[in-house]
Design a protein around this ligand. Structure first.
Ligand SMILES: *Cc1c(COP(=O)(O)O)cnc(C)c1O
Length: 459
């Protein structure tokens, strides 16, 4: 299986190459050259199988990896999840289900991809006899998922930059309580944009990049998208696919999670609609409403993991909608950078609308949905999931609807308590989070100082 860039100018790579490279050299994102498909019989055979087995069947054709080796890495990746089903379903209404993706070690869906990527990286580095340094910037969820995935692994050193004082207590403690020497939580005196800017500068410093073996695990990494394809299969087959069609509503920010659903559909899974749910940072919803993709400022919400101005993985959907025309995508991305937006061609808009719907949810509606669901079903939703449920309810139809529950409510206790009057408790297996000692290093918002610290730590 070969991977090509969405901008058409970077060399094609194999799975391992695409995973280790992250962003393509022409600034594009890697996508598979062809998408493998399953027959109805093959899909039907997945129903009721363990999550790990479904993961092996779905991912193997994309990786070209030896089955036994991939199977072993998958088993390690999901062994610390707090639920045997890994991604269990819960019923909200006659035709509406919740897919709980928050039973991983940091209580958000990012664990599905990050835990696997940790194993894949370690495997490759051990075989090559090389070491890498992961540096990431986070507003909360990605950093804790990365630290949890890389803690204690050989050949990998992991540094996470987060804005000091601007992540939730749970998020901070998930980053600062792991005691393994290879993980480093760095509290930057600045905001999330400062952390991201510092990271960008480090990647642009080629000398530093080569000296430390700098690698990124941000959401544009193809291996992360691939790991997320699996739960569309596990959910749909559990609910009767391929005999029944299923729609999915996905709380969306960077478009990685919902694009995984699109891949599942192209592999032959009978997905009816893929519904994009945004909070008031609604660049994607506006694109579908107006045919124009245009940036606006970010405004903070109670669903912070979806507070984005640029939705990076949307580039992959555009590449597909423009019939894999890399030159056209490169031009659009140029316009986005120069002019802050671009009109999507009529043909591409039509192609997008064949698969996706969209909706957005205000702050008041998010809180009202948390409150109403709690009263009507007893379910406590995290604010991101509430955005999904509200938009899903506007799109209920013939086919079954599954809304992705992207985080555990205890990760966002203040917003949930404000809406329901009840403070959600952490699952028992992590109830000691607030008793463990914290370990972090405060760093100034000066990229040179951060680089010096990183080089000292790894040598
Ligand atoms: C990252 C995140 C999202 C958004 O997912 P994308 O793949 O960026 O669209 C939604 N909810 C939660 C809780 C997240 O952490």
């Amino acid at each position: 299986m070969r991977y090509v860039s969405t901008r058409g100018q970077a060399p094609a790579l194999d799975f391992e190459g695409a995973m280790l490279t992250g962003l393509a050299r022409d600034g594009g994102l890697y996508v598979p050259e062809t998408i493998p498909t399953f027959t109805e019989t093959e899909i039907a055979a997945l129903a009721g199988r363990p999550y790990e087995e479904i993961a092996l069947r779905v991912m193997q054709p994309f990786t070209g990896m030896d089955e036994a080796r991939l199977s072993d890495l998958i088993a390690r990746a999901y062994q610390n999840f707090g639920h045997d089903a890994r991604a269990p379903l819960k019923q909200l209404g006659p035709n509406h289900f919740l897919l709980e993706l928050f039973h991983g070690p940091t209580l958000a869906f990012k664990d599905f991809a990050m835990q696997l990527i940790g194993q894949l990286f370690q495997d490759v580095m051990t075989r090559r006899g090389e070491r890498i340094t992961i540096v990431g910037a986070t507003s909360g969820d990605t950093g804790s998922a990365a630290i949890e995935a890389f803690r204690g692994l050989d050949n990998v050193e992991c540094f996470i930059l987060f804005p000091e004082g601007r992540v939730s207590d749970v998020q901070r403690r998930q980053m600062t309580t792991p005691s393994e020497a290879n993980v480093h939580a760095l509290a930057v005196k600045g905001d999330f944009d400062d952390c991201q800017a510092a990271l960008k500068d480090m990647f642009a410093d080629h000398g530093f990049r080569d000296r430390v073996g700098l690698t990124a695990v941000n959401s544009i990494n193809w291996a992360r998208v691939l790991a997320q394809v699996v739960y569309y299969f596990s959910a749909a087959t559990a609910l009767g696919a391929p005999a029944r069609k299923v729609s999915f509503t996905v709380p969306t920010g960077n478009f990685g999670d919902i694009f995984a659903g699109w891949i599942a559909k192209r592999m032959g899974l009978p997905i009816d609609r893929l519904v994009i749910a945004t909070n008031r940072n609604d660049i994607l919803h506006r694109t579908f409403a107006t045919g124009e993709h245009r940036k606006e400022g970010v405004s903070p919400t109670i669903s912070p993991s979806m507070d984005i101005q640029v939705s990076s993985n949307f580039e992959r959907a555009l590449f597909m909608a423009y019939d894999r025309d890399g030159a056209a995508v490169a031009q659009l991305m140029d316009e986005l950078k120069q002019n802050g937006g671009f009109p999507v061609s009529q043909g591409a808009m039509q192609a997008l609308r064949e698969d996706y719907d969209s909706g957005s949810c205000s702050e008041e509606e998010t809180a009202a949905t948390i409150r109403a669901m709690h009263a009507r079903t007893g379910e406590t939703l995290c604010p991101h999931t509430a955005v999904g449920v509200k938009v899903a309810e506007e799109h209920l139809g013939e086919s079954l609807m599954v809304t992705l529950a992207t985080a555990h409510p205890a990760k966002f206790p203040d917003a949930v308590e404000a809406a329901t009057g009840h403070r959600p408790a952490l699952p028992e297996r992590m109830a000691d989070l607030f008793d463990l000692p914290e370990r972090m290093t405060s760093v100034p918002n000066v990229v040179g100082d951060i680089q010096t610290l990183i080089e000292e730590r790894i040598n």
